[in-house]
Design a protein around this ligand. Sequence first.
Ligand code: NZQ
Ligand code: ZN
Length: 394
Amino acid sequence: MLDFTYYTPTKVIFGRKAENKTGELIKEQHATKVLIHYGSERVRKTGLLDTIEAQLDNLGIPYLELGGVVPNPRLSLVEKGIKLCRFENVDFILAGGGGSVIDSAKAIGYGAADPDAGEVWDFYCKTRTPVKTVPVGVVLTISATGSEMSNSSVITNEDGWIKCGYNDDISRPIFAVMDPELTETLPEYQTECGCSDIMMHTLERYLSSSGNMEITDSISEALLRTVMKYALILKCEPQNYEARAEVMWAGSLSHNGLTGCGTDGGDWACHRLEHELGGMYDVAHGAGLTALWGTWAKYVYKNKPARFARLAVNVLRVTPGKDDDETALLGISAMEDFFRSINMPVSLTELGIAPTDDEYVELARKCSLTANDNLGSIRNLHRADMEAIYRAAI
Ligand code: NZQ
Ligand code: ZN
């Protein structure tokens, strides 16, 4: 077990019609002008925006709107939001949507509060560090990234299509409103992408090379089993409230730091490899992860076969093989079978992409660049390894 700091300041309001408390939560922050940030007009059509705006009207809190966030959120809209916030003196940002909307809101927050009024992309390139941010609150509509409690924001720069994450505790949302019913409108594919991402946030931390604690491992295993159970139920019963609620809470716990306590922080190679797929091919994040995971796991498991074997037995209920290596491989195969059972891709082909030779080189180049050519905890991956994994994942 390694020393750790666990910092989870986000106030969570969870349950049916939790969105009706949004106005009061913003008032608690003494906000004087709010930017409501969202994606498509879906949130208008479902009545969610009207519900929130009616509360702000009643409380006399001025607001403006900025929609148009797309999956794999773009830097250009972030820059537009920053200008708007500065011009309008916005002092609170409300994100209504999923990880893309929340991440875009966090990026706008950094840029709008930047005393140097510099390029927000600098923070994502790690050439500058933000000193403050405009606070962000969230009304969550998809269970997936855990961004509603995480310190992370991932943005795509259209100039070169580079997708880059930046982690900073100052960006953790002030509050997260979570009504599982709001996720009932999700298409099956997005629901299962979300479940896969939640599992992956847990696996990235569980499959690390040092500092594992029994309690953290047990929480992670329970979380994985729970999400697997309810991902299958949601395939047949998308309106099942209990299943939506279990998955929603699992999403937040998977990425608020809880499943990393005492560990070396996790591996994260799969996530970093996937981010380049998202940047170049605009694929759904959860699907990109499942398309790579099995190949990555087979590439690295020999460095830590006991971890993979434990996953196989405790989560996937695999009958142990003759040694850890064999059990680990049985577990990897069982995990891929599970992803198939929820219609998630387990290869780039199934993901619907076929990179050219040059594109494999480019994927690895970008990934190596954003990772300083050193990725992973179970096994350190360099540019040649990254390219080998992309190629083998076809
Ligand atoms: O524009 P809207 O209408 O919101 O449509 C979204 C979008 O098309 C739709 N959707 C959301 N809620 C819905 C709904 N459709 C019907 N009913 C609902 N209730 O679903 C689509 C996907 O939304 P998006 O926000 O892109 O999904 P997700 O939450 O999976 O976010 C993915 C992004 O987050 C990043 C990913 O890389 C990706 O860019 N991540 C952020 C993390 C973080 N900040 O901590 C960690 C993750 O590992 C991840 O990297
Ligand atoms: Zn993720």
